[in-house]
Design a protein around this ligand. Structure first.
Ligand SMILES: [Zn+2]
Length: 83
């Protein structure tokens, strides 16, 4: 009888605590291969991963958490000035 995925898989919080570096099903580390490019849409970004040890496949889900400044033009657009 097949064992359901959810019975053995770790929950998302445990998985993200491990930075996604271990398989959420068999808990091995280091034998994980991404099987797709990162795909982004308005709700987040995704990348499919395959575990080389147990053969399971799952999807990493990325969320926007912050930003960092890259470039500010010296002359700001006029509507942004407080005068
Ligand atoms: Zn695995």
């Amino acid at each position: 009888m097949a064992i359901s995925w959810k019975e053995n898989a770790m929950d998302g919080e445990t998985y993200t605590d491990k930075q996604g570096l271990i398989c959420p099903y068999c808990r091995c580390g280091g034998n994980l291969k991404t099987t797709s490019e990162i795909t982004a849409d308005e709700s987040g970004a995704y990348q499919d991963v395959r575990c080389g040890d147990c053969g399971c496949e799952y999807r990493d889900i990325y969320l926007l958490v912050d930003y960092e400044e890259l470039y500010i033009p010296e002359t700001l657009p006029k509507e942004n000035k407080n005068e």
